[in-house]
Design a protein around this ligand. Structure first.
Ligand SMILES: NC(=O)c1ccc[n+]([C@@H]2O[C@H](COP(=O)([O-])OP(=O)(O)OC[C@H]3O[C@@H](n4cnc5c(N)ncnc54)[C@H](OP(=O)(O)O)[C@@H]3O)[C@@H](O)[C@H]2O)c1
Length: 338
């Protein structure tokens, strides 16, 4: 597709990821001749800020993708399962944020810093954007994997409420207000008290691991192109508005030291190494990561229990690098000459 500017559709434009998608396209001056904002019939007619003006939301339907060059999907898996093939048949390249297509062998699962080459072969016209927790972890692992090949990952996450969508953020805020006022907390989205609490907030998968945990296992192997990588995850929802954090322990096929890991991470694509763990504000934090592009890596230490292994703390904005930015970066790498 060699063009100077593109017709871009965003399916799910009114959601947490969709709104970030519009902001990201605008901030990065993505060459757009027309933006088509799509959502459910609930939002048809709503106006969203874009390009210094406003764009009117249209109801998603089978004809929405006529003339569209690039279709960015963030409207949930069932919408993607139904409409991504329709968009592809209309000639659009689909970049899908949902889980619908990620493990399909004919759909590349892409993080530009790790495997952008995979995006060039897309038999179904669909490229999948990985799960947010997986994206930030593999960006941090990539330079280490290239040097010493990752063998085993033990990861615990601290995931923000925006990872569950806009309504979940509103639930956290109303629960927090009710708690502070001494009123009864009535959850509307979370399966219980989210304010001042941590939750296991996903559906059950296999072997007592949650669906979210299994995504981290399977997607990491697919993106890194190494089915032998062992991934042992525990995912946890915390009362943070935006920005996922992860404590990551990594063992390699040869010994790695924290000093070597820091050398490899310093200047790695997409990574900001924060090297002064005990100085205020100098370690990765979701509050300061929110609204920014990088994957922040800090607290890189030699593991005390396993010789030759390292530990690190990895933070990124889940709506941005974990979703919208990653999708826009894929589109840029494929179609935009800079
Ligand atoms: N949040 C994250 O950090 C994150 C990260 C990676 C991937 N994702 C994935 O991205 C997708 C969207 O997540 P989100 O957090 O943005 O959710 P959200 O805030 O709940 O937004 C959902 C969006 O989908 C639209 N939608 C829902 N049902 C629809 C239908 N039947 N037809 C057309 N549009 C429909 C909604 O439109 P209305 O406003 O009209 O209801 C809204 O625009 C999900 O698949 C999620 O797994 C999210």
């Amino acid at each position: 597709m060699s063009k100077a500017s593109f017709v871009v559709a965003v399916a799910g434009a009114t959601g947490a990821v969709g709104r970030e998608m519009l902001r990201t396209l605008e901030q990065r001056s993505f060459p757009i001749s027309k933006l088509v904002a799509l959502a459910s019939e609930r939002s048809a007619g709503q106006k969203l800020p874009f390009g210094g003006g406003e764009v009117v939301v249209e109801e998603l339907g089978p004809k929405s993708f006529e003339g569209v060059d690039i279709a960015l999907f963030s409207a949930g898996a069932s919408v993607s399962r139904e409409y991504a093939p329709i968009a592809a048949r209309c000639g659009a390249v689909v970049i899908d944020n949902s889980s619908a297509w990620r493990m399909d062998p004919d759909v590349p699962l892409v993080v530009p810093e790790v495997n952008i080459e995979a995006a060039k072969t897309r038999p179904k016209g669909i490229i999948a954007n990985p799960n947010c927790s997986t994206i930030q972890m593999v960006v941090a692992l990539k330079p280490l994997h290239d040097a010493a090949r990752v063998k085993t990952i033990i990861v615990s996450t601290y995931q923000a409420t925006s990872g569950k969508g806009q309504a979940a953020v509103e639930d956290l805020l109303q629960q927090t207000r009710a708690s502070l006022a001494g009123e009864t907390v009535t959850p509307t989205v979370f399966p219980g008290q989210m304010a001042f609490n941590v939750l296991c907030d996903w559906k059950a998968g296999e072997d007592d691991y949650s669906e979210e945990e299994l995504k981290m296992v399977n997607e990491t192997r697919k993106i890194m192109g190494d089915a032998a990588i062992g991934v042992s995850p525990t995912t946890v929802r915390v009362p943070v508005v935006n920005g996922h954090s992860e404590s990551v322990h990594v063992q390699f096929h040869r010994p790695m030291t924290a000093d070597e890991a820091k050398r490899l991470l310093r200047g790695a694509e997409g990574v900001v190494l924060m090297d002064d763990a005990y100085a205020p504000g100098k370690h990765p934090q979701p509050f300061s990561a929110a609204g920014t592009d990088p994957v922040y890596v800090g607290r890189v230490r030699d593991d005390l229990a396993v010789a030759g292994a390292i530990k690190m703390f990895v933070v990124a904005d889940n709506l941005r690098k974990g979703a919208a930015l990653n999708a826009v970066q894929i589109a840029e790498k494929l179609f935009v000459q800079r």
